[in-house]
Design a protein around this ligand. Structure first.
Ligand SMILES: [Ca+2]
Length: 364
């Protein structure tokens, strides 16, 4: 970015403080009622690869009055683009939201093979939970084109919530870079600064298309990264599922089945004590800024690396050493600042989020 949203208006002294201090806050970087200062719902586009946690993210978005879902855009990821598209249409139908356009996008990552996620999502992508055939009609638009169209239609109003590989978003930026300053913000699920879930250091959404992620992270728009650091500590339990089941209905029955699959899968790894609902947390962050604690950091995407491809490389100090040639070697001369480009979620009020998720889907 040429002028960071973080550094804009800061003087040199303040910028220097960025080097020695990191900004840690509970939602202080964004107004608590972002987009709702005048009671208007926040316009969002959910870019998704449904996917179990995607399904819960969709239901949370559809059942939250703070949001107006302008479109569901589908990307290849957990499922092939066709299978994910069908799932998205079924979930929109389940929620009675055929008014929301559903568009299919990229069928594969920019440069690498598609890596689907049957283990984490079940063969049908929905944890085996069956849904009736979709009533909602498939949109004809190519997802990146629909994103471009809606951003121009609602300048400075659209929040993008990508919860799959970032292929669609990167294609939209590549096709029309003019959308970047017109997007209100990007709140994505992906990455992590303390470890990965595909490799030691890479999270699935980023690992699935690192080149696309690099485009998105370097575009120059405000980004909040809701990564594994918060999603793996925010777990749905059997008690939470029982709360869903105590309110029987099509959406709660489906959500409970999905959540039970997730709990079983995650507990089966021997690492977790409940089900992680990763993608839904990105939607939750747009609804309520008090759930996550964020810290501004410079984050780059590793697109090479023998062990690190797909890693979100975070500079926690927002500084690097400045080295200059001196004779036959380099000499360190101190530190120089690097501009943060991402609000990184580093802490969560997990119970508050899960209560919101369960409450919204169960209509409470
Ligand atoms: Ca997803």
């Amino acid at each position: 970015m040429t002028e960071s949203v973080f550094a804009r208006g800061l003087g040199r002294k303040t910028a220097f403080l960025c080097v020695v201090m990191t900004f840690v806050c509970f939602g202080c970087d964004v107004p608590a009622a972002l987009g709702q200062e005048h009671g208007e719902p926040t316009k969002v586009i959910l870019d998704t690869d449904p996917g179990t946690d995607d399904a819960l993210a969709m239901l949370l978005a559809f059942n939250s009055p703070e949001l107006h879902v302008e479109a569901i855009t589908v990307v290849a990821g957990n499922m092939t683009a066709d299978a994910g598209f069908e799932n998205a249409l079924k979930i929109a139908s389940l929620a009675g939201r055929c008014d929301v356009p559903v568009a299919k996008g990229a069928i594969r990552p920019l440069l690498q093979e598609l890596n689907t996620g049957k283990f984490w999502n079940g063969a049908n992508g929905l944890g085996g939970a069956e849904l009736p055939p979709a009533k909602c009609k498939a949109g004809a638009a190519f997802a990146p084109d629909l994103i471009i169209e809606l951003v121009h239609k609602y300048p400075h109003q659209i929040t993008l919530i990508p919860v799959g590989p970032l292929t669609n978003i990167a294609i939209a930026v590549a096709k029309d870079p003019a959308i970047v300053p017109l997007v209100k913000e990007v709140v994505l699920m992906g990455g992590g600064i303390t470890g990965g879930n595909v490799t030691a250091v890479a999270e699935y959404n980023i690992h699935s298309d690192p080149e696309a992620a690099s485009i998105v992270f370097n575009a120059g728009w405000p980004i909040t990264m809701v990564g594994l650091d918060v999603t793996e500590i925010t777990l749905v339990t059997d008690e939470d599922v029982a709360r869903l089941e105590s309110k029987p209905g099509p959406e709660t029955t489906f959500a409970a089945a999905v959540a039970r699959f997730q709990i079983g899968t995650y507990q089966g790894t021997g690492i977790f004590h409940g089900g992680a609902v990763h993608d839904a947390m990105a939607v939750g962050q747009v609804i309520d800024r008090t759930i996550l604690k964020t810290q501004d950091m410079r984050v780059d995407i590793e697109t090479d690396g023998k062990f690190t491809r797909g890693m979100t490389v975070a500079n926690r100090k927002n500084a690097i050493e400045r080295n200059v040639p001196e004779g036959d070697h380099l000499q360190s001369m101190g530190l120089e600042a690097v501009e943060p480009n991402v609000h990184v979620a580093v802490g969560a009020d997990s119970r508050k989020f899960v209560d919101m998720l369960i409450g919204r889907i169960s209509g409470k």
